[in-house]
Design a protein around this ligand. Structure first.
Ligand code: FAD
Ligand code: FES
Length: 260
C-alpha cells in the first residue's frame, strides 16, 4: 500500500454523471489485484476532509496506468468530475482483499449491477489471462447505466444486459436472467458486485446450484485501512463483524449477511 500524489492523466465522460479517470502509478499497478480499491483525496479541497474509496477498474502493468470508473453522487465525486489532466490528487492503495483467482481453464459468471460493474472489468481481464470463459450479466436502471459495457467485449464470451425500464437488453432485473444463464453456461464460480438486494438474490441462486460465489461489498469508509471500524458489515457468524476495507471488500457469499 502506498500514499502517493498522482497527476490526472485523462478523464473521459462515459454517460450522464459517469466518468473514467486514468491515473499512472507503476508501483500501484504492479501489485494491484482485481477487486482491490484505492482511496482518493482531492488536494484543492478540505471539504470533504476524508478520502473516498473507488475500485480499480483496470490496470496496464506495462505503462503503470490504471482506471477508475465512477459515478457522481456527492461532493467528492462531483469535484472529481471537474478534474483535468495535470491536476494532482492524493491516492492511497491498493487496499483491501481482492477476488479469488484460482480458477483456470474453466467458466466464470460475473454479475454487475449499476456501478457494481466497476471492479468486474479488472476481474474479467485477469480471469481471461488464465484461459477461462467468462459470461457477464449486467443490470442497470436504464441504458445510461450501460454506456461502459464495451470495455467487457474483449474479455467476455457473452454479455447479457437488463434494464429496469427496458431501454436496453431485457426489461427487468438482471437476476431474472440468471437461472437460464446458469443452466446454459454451467459456471464453476460466480462473482458479483452491485446493490445488496441484487447480491442477496445472486447468493441465493448460487447456493441453490451449489456454485461458489464471491460478493464485493460497498460501505461508507473513513480510514480505508482497518483503524476506524467505520466500515464493518454483518457476517453469518454473529460473533464476527468483518471490516469491509481490510477483510473485504470481497467475501465468499456464505461469510456475510446481505439481507439485513
Ligand atoms: C470498496 C468500495 C469501492 C467502491 N468503488 C466505487 C467505484 O468503483 N465507482 C464508484 O462510482 N463508486 C464506488 N464506490 C462508492 C464511492 O466510494 C462513493 O460513491 C463515494 O464515496 C461518494 O463520495 P461523495 O463525496 O461523492 O459522496 P457523499 O457526499 O459522501 O455521499 C453522497 C451520497 O452517496 C451515498 N454514498 C456514499 N458512499 C456510498 C457507498 N459506498 N455506497 C452507497 N452509497 C454511498 C451517501 O449516503 C449519500 O447519500 C465504492 C465504495 C467502496 C466502499
Ligand atoms: S474504513 Fe476504517 S476500519 Fe474500515
Amino acid at each position: 500500500m502506498e500514499l502517493v500524489n498522482l497527476r490526472v492523466k485523462k478523464q473521459i465522460k462515459i454517460a450522464e454523471d459517469q466518468f473514467v479517470l486514468t491515473l499512472n502509478s507503476p508501483s500501484i499497478t504492479k501489485v494491484a489485484q482485481a477487486g482491490q480499491f484505492i482511496t482518493i483525496k482531492l488536494n484543492k479541497n478540505y471539504d470533504p476532509l476524508l478520502p473516498r474509496p473507488f475500485s480499480i477498474h483496470s490496470v496496464d502493468r506495462e505503462t503503470g496506468d490504471f482506471l477508475i470508473y465512477y459515478q457522481v453522487v456527492g461532493k467528492t465525486s462531483k469535484l472529481m468530475a471537474e478534474l483535468e489532466p495535470g491536476d494532482e490528487i492524493t491516492v492511497l492503495g491498493p487496499l483491501g482483499k481482492g477476488f479469488n483467482l484460482e480458477l483456470e481453464n474453466s467458466r466464470a459468471l460475473l454479475i454487475g449491477g449499476g456501478l457494481g460493474q466497476a471492479p468486474l472489468r479488472f476481474l474479467a481481464e485477469e480471469l481471461q489471462k488464465k484461459n477461462n470463459q467468462i459470461y457477464m450479466a449486467i443490470g442497470a436502471r436504464d441504458q445510461e447505466g450501460l454506456k461502459n459495457i464495451l470495455c467487457f467485449e474483449e474479455s467476455c464470451q457473452e454479455i447479457n444486459l437488463a434494464t429496469q425500464d427496458g431501454s436496453l437488453g431485457k426489461e427487468g432485473l438482471v437476476t431474472e436472467l440468471l437461472p437460464q444463464i446458469i443452466r446454459d453456461f454451467n459456471p464453476k464460480i460466480i462473482y458479483t458486485c452491485g446493490p445488496l438486494p441484487m447480491m442477496a438474490k445472486v447468493k441465493e441462486l448460487a447456493a441453490q446450484e451449489k456454485i461458489p460465489c464471491q460478493v464485493s461489498l460497498e460501505t461508507t469508509m473513513a480510514c480505508g485501512i482497518g483503524v476506524c471500524l467505520g466500515c464493518t458489515c454483518e457476517s453469518t457468524n454473529s460473533e464476527i463483524y468483518p471490516k469491509v476495507c481490510t477483510h473485504g471488500p470481497v467475501f465468499w457469499a456464505q461469510e456475510v449477511k446481505l439481507d439485513g
